[in-house]
Design a protein around this ligand. Structure first.
Ligand SMILES: [Zn+2]
Ligand SMILES: [Zn+2]
Length: 139
């Protein structure tokens, strides 16, 4: 199955083949700043599964030299993907065009969520990473 995604202004577009998995929402203070929201919405993809079909030159990477960075459109600011050691690691769920069949599996770092965020009781919540993810998993 191929899925497509794009940023808010439509300048950057991509196509993904392969599975999208490990969907998570991270409520840590870093993700709040990075996404300008109560949490991130992010999922992993397989290596080399994402192909930019338009606007790759509009992408900016921050932090530029970091092990874990995000790439966003420099026109509209949408964050499209996460990059680990220069390779695309996952995508933001908000920029996907077709979101059928994906569900957030874990709300992580709920232990450091914003005081103003009220978590619904019905979602799977973890104070940090879920125990079976290990500590190396990027958030
Ligand atoms: Zn854009
Ligand atoms: Zn986070």
């Amino acid at each position: 199955m191929k899925r497509t995604g794009q940023c808010f202004c439509g300048g950057v577009k991509y196509e993904i083949s392969g599975r999208i998995y490990g969907a998570r929402s991270c409520h840590c203070s870093r993700c709040r700043k990075a996404f300008g929201a109560q949490a991130s919405s992010y999922a992993l993809i397989e290596p080399d599964a994402l192909v930019w079909i338009q606007g790759q030159d509009l992408l900016t990477t921050y932090p530029a030299g970091g092990a874990l960075a995000k790439q966003f459109c420099r026109i509209c600011g949408s964050t499209l993907c996460g990059v680990v050691d220069g390779k695309i690691h996952g995508i933001t769920l908000g920029c996907l065009d077709e979101d059928q069949g994906i569900q957030i599996e874990a709300h992580i770092f709920v232990g450091s969520k914003a005081a103003w965020e009220v978590m619904p009781d019905s979602v799977p919540q973890f104070d940090a990473f879920p125990p079976d993810w290990g500590n190396a998993q990027e958030n």
